[in-house]
Design a protein around this ligand. Structure first.
Ligand code: SF4
Length: 173
């Protein structure tokens, strides 16, 4: 049953629409920088945890850091240390074997922390939904503030999601 479901999902077109050119993403990123400065008084630091990804979502996360999107110039950066991070960004299926690592990472982060599930796998298991090896989404392990669906979501969708999150916590602009 799991294999037939997996095959069905793999043969289905990706749900994420391809959109948001890099000029759109740059505009979003600039707003994000302004809002993160307003909310946090500084740049936004992100701790990313791969909780069982195929690496498709990671390619998009790398894309938002490349020379086209270049989000570092807007104050958006990834950090290897959870103690320096404001955002816990989770990709992958939230495998049972990663549950404790996710909990420990969250526990090491100083409040306030925004938790984001990026990609269909982190949202609800995606194409692997129903597998006994997964928990059924990041929110089955931690409280998740924002879910960004797509397989994988585009850089524009990821930036837009970060923007929405900050706007929601600042009451918009
Ligand atoms: S959502 Fe899609 S691209 Fe992202 S980890 Fe899952 S299968 Fe891979």
């Amino acid at each position: 049953m799991v294999w037939s479901t997996l095959a069905q999902h793999l043969l289905t077109k990706p749900r994420a629409p391809r959109e948001a050119g890099h000029s759109t993403a740059a505009a979003l990123a600039e707003r994000l920088q302004n809002l993160s400065n307003e909310k946090l008084g500084r740049s936004l630091a992100i701790r990313h945890v791969d909780a069982g990804s195929c690496n498709g979502c990671e390619l998009e996360l790398r894309a938002i850091q490349n020379m086209v999107y270049d989000l570092t110039q807007y104050g958006l950066s990834f950090t290897p240390s959870p103690r320096h991070a404001d955002v816990l960004l989770i990709t992958g299926v939230a495998a049972r074997n990663m549950a404790e690592a996710l909990r420990q990472t969250r526990a090491a982060m100083p409040d306030p922390v925004f938790t984001i599930a990026v990609g269909d796998c982190a949202v609800d298991g995606g194409v692997f939904k129903g597998s006994p090896a997964i928990t059924g989404g990041a929110d089955s392990i931690l409280t998740v503030d924002l879910m960004i669906s797509g397989c994988p979501p585009t850089p524009g969708q990821i930036i837009d999601g970060l923007l929405s999150l900050i706007e929601a916590h600042t009451g918009g602009k």
